[in-house]
Write a protein that binds this ligand. Structure first.
Ligand code: CMP
Length: 157
């Protein structure tokens, strides 16, 4: 078990549908710690790097157009095993397949307009953090509830 950071993007459909607060609330009440937050417009160049593994896919052009349609909201969440914990809360890619109770399961029906991006593994999370956030835009602080969320052992106390 390890302390991890992970990136969540609220995609343009999440912003348009007024779901930013709802999405953040799900991670907050889980006990994840918000350490970075910004609104920004993604560029074509950034998306070429971000989605390099989808470059040959038929939907790549549409994906980039979708992701640049409006600004997005980017967040970094921290916690024990945060990468997989966040992906479970988000649900599988296609909204119509996603489990009820997950964000996509509750709010999405599309396979492409699926509200959220969440890092798929810790190394990618670190790459994504460095593509979007400067060092000084990430914050270290003591969360007053930490002693309730984790045991002393888990906090290294
Ligand atoms: P995500 O899994 O966050 O990252 C890749 C994104 O590409 C995915 O969400 C969808 O938004 C999009 N995507 C995946 N498959 C398709 C598809 N078949 N058609 C259009 N968009 C897709």
């Amino acid at each position: 078990m390890s302390m991890q950071r992970t990136v969540v993007l609220v995609k343009p459909d999440g912003l348009q549908r007024g779901l930013i607060g709802e999405i953040m609330h799900r991670f907050e009440r889980k006990g994840l710690k918000l350490i970075g937050l910004k609104m920004m417009r993604l560029t074509d160049e950034l998306l070429d790097t971000w989605y390099a593994h989808h470059k040959e896919k038929s939907f790549f052009k549409d994906l980039k157009a979708f992701m640049t349609w409006t600004p997005i909201v980017a967040m970094v969440w921290e916690g024990q095993e945060a990468v997989s914990a966040v992906r479970k809360i988000v649900g599988v890619t296609k909204g119509y397949d996603a489990e009820a109770g997950s964000i996509r399961g509750d709010y999405a029906m599309s396979g492409s307009q699926n509200l959220i991006h969440a890092s798929d593994e810790p190394d990618n999370a670190n790459k994504e953090i460095s593509l979007i956030f400067k060092g000084e835009e990430l914050f270290e602080y003591e969360n007053a509830e930490e002693c309730l969320i984790y045991s002393d052992f888990e906090r290294g106390k």
